[in-house]
Design a protein around this ligand. Sequence first.
Ligand SMILES: [Mn+2]
Length: 325
Amino acid sequence: MGNLSGLCAALDPARPVVVQAHDFPDHDAVGSAFALARLLERRGYSCRLCYGGTIQSESLRVAIDHLDIPISTCAELDTGEGAQIVVVDGFVGNSNMVGLPGRVVGVLDHHRPPAEPACPFFDIREEYGSCATIVFEYYHEAGVDPTKVESTALLIGLMMDTAFMTRGVSHKDLAAFSELFFAGEWEIAAKLLRNSLSLADLATFREAILGCVVARDFCYVQLEGECSAEVAALVADFFLGLREIQFVAVVTNDRDQHRLSVRSEDPERPTDAIIRAALDGIGSGGGHTHMGGGTIPEDLYPGNEGLRKRFLAAFGWLDEEQDSE
Ligand SMILES: [Mn+2]
């Protein structure tokens, strides 16, 4: 059985389907949820789209507006107990996925899960650069060409998650890219990707440049000012662009918790494994080889230097220092 037919077999066609993107969603989560819902609608399902938290990304807001994506917050959506939920680009139980009333029936994701999901259907492809690529293959399986709008939504997700095809790219991503690029509006996708920042974000970059702590190829950035997850990710990308730096951790304060955006250019230090080691016992997180994130509740936060040391320990560098003493 194909993956799309597997998902459809797990869904009850008589009841509405809720397609849920991860909290504080990004382009990949929203674009994939939207395109998946449109494909399920062609199969006779009625679908609604939602996300947890808020939309912090201005470029995502522009994309939702431009593509006219009918998505609302989980709070606005009155799902009811009987809802069947399909989670996209993350999974319930993760710190970045709010629980909705109803039952999680399916999960589509490209993040390595800490444990196998306990729902009837899941399709997790860690080697893929984006969830959009998985959904694109569902269209293939269905023998359906995505429309221009659907192609654009998927293309933006794919381009954002792979940083213009420079990280985590599999052959499948490239195949999806070559079809979606001209099937969708690549100019819009490229413009959104290039214009994620505004002048207002310069203060964050100034703070980051002045406050970063570098040890060997590891750059640790603590930001005290207000900063969205998207800008924190772009700060991390910026430091990774420095030749000497191969691993970056950016930490921001988010009211009652601390949030991490992590990047790695070293396959020996995959972000998800390092984050789990560094946050062991104090927080949660995960991701891919090249990019990941996590959260630490305020009451468990070990302090800036304490957290930085936890990364050094996760690299095995603290042991080396002790050995050489
Ligand atoms: Mn993604």
